[in-house]
Design a protein around this ligand. Structure first.
Ligand SMILES: [Zn+2]
Length: 377
């Protein structure tokens, strides 16, 4: 799909992208069904599919029996291993990376350690690793790198990050020096948000809010399949909603932010304060204390959820949090969020507590795919 230009060429390219999106979503379909779903002529679809067949991107699975007269449908499916993408999540503990196939299934993954203090040295090292990755995986359609902090994906720029403590750093230019494969940078939480919507198979035409609790707490609104950035790329920063005005000081300088009340560090501190040496990992040793802490934490989350509901009115709120494991946490969050909330809003908002954490690197790889499918104006 290299052709670009105006007029029919552009129309064809955008039709190819629409077909690709449908093949990714449906997994198995037919030329006739694609034509019907995208309101394209059978001839247009056949030309696109034949070209993909020639390029080895599609398998013909065989005819399916149809009762109606006419040409039998031949089921087709993408060969997802032919179009892979990579995500590299620069996290606090380590750099986690993965290469995924076109259906977001992880092909290979791993961790690196890199010194992140000096932006230029760290970006050089990351760029070198991207280069190696592109060499090993010639079918890569792109690589996305994720950071925490305020990242402008269009400019490829990091404005501010509390970790690794970078400010006004041009991320893309030094990375691009090393390779020809398309690169993009974005915020880790925003990438994870895209994947959460896909994993839960939520309707793409609606808006969904994703909340990620780790050492830091972040959130993102996914609207019509795209992350809503806001004016300065900070929309969704739900970790700094005030949930306890007299609470402890947050790293942002204010008191009682959600992050200061239920972030990983906060909960570990609360457990240790209640019983010396108690940690989340040893939660089974003091179930009553843990349940108390979790009930309180759930109530704080519920306060934040009700603010998100009122302000953004999303169809779903997706909670990706280590405390989801504890039933008292989820129950208290739901109860507090629902208390006093308009029934009409509640009936139209689904709250999902994810049973397993979202891999942001996998989300970054999905962002590459979604960018690849984006229509060209
Ligand atoms: Zn804060």
């Amino acid at each position: 799909m290299k052709a670009t230009g105006k007029g029919p060429k552009l129309l064809r390219l955008n039709n190819q992208k629409r077909v690709l999106t449908l093949l990714r979503t449906l997994r198995v379909t037919s030329r006739q069904d694609i034509a019907q779903a995208l309101l394209l002529s059978k001839n247009t679809v056949s030309l696109i599919i034949d070209e993909m067949l020639e390029n080895g991107l599609i398998d013909e699975l065989g005819p399916v029996s149809v009762s109606a007269a006419g040409r039998p449908k031949i089921e087709i499916s993408l060969r997802p291993e032919k179009l892979t993408s990579a995500g590299i999540m620069v996290g606090h503990q380590a750099i986690h990376w993965c290469v995924c196939d076109y259906f977001s299934r992880i092909v290979v993954e791993g961790n690196w350690r890199a010194r992140m203090t000096q932006p230029s040295a760290a970006l050089n090292e990351l760029g070198r690793c991207c280069g190696e990755m592109a060499q090993k995986h010639p079918e890569l359609i792109g690589i996305a790198l994720g950071f925490s902090g305020i990242v402008d994906p269009l400019r490829g720029w990091m404005h501010l990050s509390s970790w690794p403590g970078w400010q006004d750093v041009d991320l893309l230019t030094p990375l691009r020096r090393h390779l020809a494969v398309p690169l993009c940078v974005m915020n880790n939480v925003q990438a994870a948000a895209l994947l959460s919507v896909q994993q839960l198979q939520l309707p793409a035409e609606k808006s969904h809010f994703y909340l990620r609790v780790a050492e830091e707490i972040g959130g993102a609104l996914v609207q019509r399949g795209e992350v809503f950035n806001g004016n300065s790329w900070t929309a969704g920063a739900a970790g700094h909603l005030t949930v306890q005005p007299e609470g402890p000081r947050c790293r942002c300088g204010r008191r009682g932010c959600l992050e200061a009340m239920i972030g990983q560090t906060a909960i570990e501190q609360q457990l240790a304060q209640r019983q010396a040496g108690l940690s989340w990992q040893q939660r089974d040793s003091a179930p009553e204390i843990v349940a108390e802490v979790m009930t309180q934490a759930g109530a704080f989350l519920g306060k934040a959820i009700s603010q998100i509901m009122l302000l953004l009115n999303p169809a779903s709120i997706i909670v990706d949090c280590p405390w989801n494991d504890h039933p008292a946490f989820c129950a208290a969050a739901r109860e507090t969020a629902e208390a006093g909330m308009l029934r009409f809003i509640l009936e139209h908002t689904a709250i999902h507590f994810l049973p397993a954490r979202i891999d942001a690197a996998n989300g970054l790889a999905l962002a590459v795919i979604e960018q690849y499918e984006q229509r060209i104006a």
